[in-house]
Design a protein around this ligand. Structure first.
Ligand code: DP6
Length: 335
C-alpha cells in the first residue's frame, strides 16, 4: 500500500491551451513535448491513514502542506485520491510527500512533473496494475487529474497527447526516445512571481478570445509538422513551428476576457536576443514559453555552453536550469 514514482516536467512545442471538455480535460489539439531532465518530482504515497495529507517540498528545503480547495489544481489532488481509491477498490487515507528537484517558487510549471508522479505513485500504491502497466491508460488517468501537460510525461523522451473527442481517444504516445536527439532546454528563470491567472482558469478563458478560432484553424497541420521535425531532427523547422506556436498561444492569452499577461519585460528582451543570436551569429537556438515569464531556450548540446553563458550574462536572469531529453514517469519503489 506504499509506492514511490518519479516524473519529469516537459516543454511543449505545439501547446495545449483551451479545452474541448472541461470535465474530461480534453485538449483542443494534439500537443507534443520533450521531457526535462532537471525538473522532476518524486512522490511517495501510502494508503492506510485516517485522513489524506499532502506535503510538497523543493530543492531549497521549502515545504508546503496542500489544502483541499475545490476547483483548483490543489483540490484536484484530493479528488484524484478519491478516484484512485474508487477505481482500485481500496479504502484508507493517503499520506503523500512530493519532492521537486527545483525551487517551487521559480514559476516553472511544476504541475506536469507533480501530477504525473502523483497519479503513478497513487495507482501503484493501490496495487492497480490495469493502470500502472498500461502507459496509455496511465496517461488518461494523469489527464483526468487535471493536467494535459502532465499526461505527456507518461512516456519517455519526446511525446504527444492525441486530440480525441472522448476519454478513450485522448491519450499519450511516444514520438521518439530520449536518446533520439541531443537538444538542450535552458530555462532562464526570471521571476518568482505567482501567476495571476492560473492555467486552470486560463483554459476556461481561452474561448473568450476572438483569436481562439483562428488558433484552432492554424493548428490543423501543426502537430504533424512538429512530429515530423522531431523525427527528422530538423532543428530549423522545429524552431519556426515552436516560436510561432508560443506567440500565437500568448496572443490568445492576452486577448481573452479578462486578459492574461504572462510575459515580463525581460521575456520580450530575451525573445529579441535569441532571434539575434540565431539570425546574426548563426547559433541554432529558439525560444518557447509556457504560461509564465520564463523563456525556455532550446539549442543543441554543442551550442549549449555558449547559449548558457549568454543567458547567465542577462541582468534579469536569476539562474538557468539545464535540461536534456529525459525518460518519462517511473515507479521506483512499490511495497
Ligand atoms: C501553457 O493545465 O496542463 O504550459 O500549466 O502545468 O498547470 P500547468 O498545466 P496544464 O497547462 C499547460 C499549459 C501550457 C502549454 C503546454 O504545456 O502545452
Amino acid at each position: 500500500m506504499k509506492a514511490t514514482a518519479t516524473a519529469p516536467a516537459n516543454i511543449a512545442f505545439i501547446k495545449y491551451w483551451g479545452r474541448l471538455n472541461h470535465d474530461l480535460f480534453l485538449p483542443l489539439t494534439t500537443t507534443n513535448s520533450m521531457n526535462l531532465s532537471a525538473c522532476t518530482a518524486t512522490t511517495t504515497i501510502e494508503f492506510g491513514a485516517k485522513t489524506d495529507s499532502i506535503v510538497i517540498s523543493d530543492s531549497e528545503g521549502n515545504a508546503k502542506e496542500i489544502k483541499n480547495v475545490a476547483g483548483e489544481k490543489d483540490g484536484m489532488l484530493f479528488k484524484t485520491l478519491d478516484r484512485i481509491r474508487e477505481r482500485s477498490g481500496i479504502k484508507g487515507g493517503a499520506t503523500v510527500t512530493s519532492e521537486l528537484s527545483f525551487p517551487m517558487g521559480a514559476g516553472i510549471a511544476s504541475s506536469a512533473a507533480g501530477m504525473a508522479a502523483f497519479v503513478a505513485a497513487g495507482y501503484a500504491a493501490a496495487g492497480n496494475k490495469k493502470v500502472t502497466e498500461d502507459l496509455e491508460e496511465l496517461s488518461r488517468e494523469i489527464r483526468l487529474s487535471g493536467s494535459v501537460s502532465a499526461a505527456r510525461s507518461s512516456h519517455d523522451g519526446f511525446t504527444e497527447h492525441l486530440f480525441g473527442m472522448s476519454n478513450e481517444d485522448a491519450y499519450t504516445v511516444q514520438i521518439a526516445s530520449e536518446d533520439h536527439w541531443d537538444l538542450v532546454d535552458l530555462v532562464a528563470v526570471l521571476s518568482p512571481e505567482e501567476k495571476k491567472i492560473s492555467s486552470s482558469l486560463g483554459h476556461r478563458l481561452a474561448d473568450s478570445s476572438p483569436f481562439m478560432q483562428a488558433r484552432i484553424e492554424y493548428l490543423k497541420d501543426k502537430p504533424d509538422l512538429a512530429r515530423k521535425a522531431i523525427l527528422d531532427k530538423d532543428f530549423e523547422s522545429l524552431a519556426t513551428l515552436s516560436e510561432i506556436d508560443t506567440i500565437n498561444m500568448h496572443a490568445v492569452m492576452m486577448t481573452s476576457n479578462p486578459p492574461a499577461f504572462y510575459f515580463a519585460p525581460a521575456s520580450i528582451d530575451i525573445i529579441k536576443a535569441v532571434t539575434d543570436w540565431r539570425e546574426s551569429d548563426g547559433i541554432p537556438v529558439f525560444y518557447t514559453f509556457d504560461a509564465g515569464p520564463n523563456p525556455h531556450v532550446i539549442t543543441t548540446s554543442k551550442s549549449a555552453p555558449e547559449v548558457l553563458k549568454r543567458l547567465q550574462a542577462h541582468p534579469e536572469v536569476q539562474f538557468v536550469l539545464e535540461n536534456i531529453p529525459a525518460p518519462g514517469v517511473r515507479i521506483t519503489d512499490n511495497e
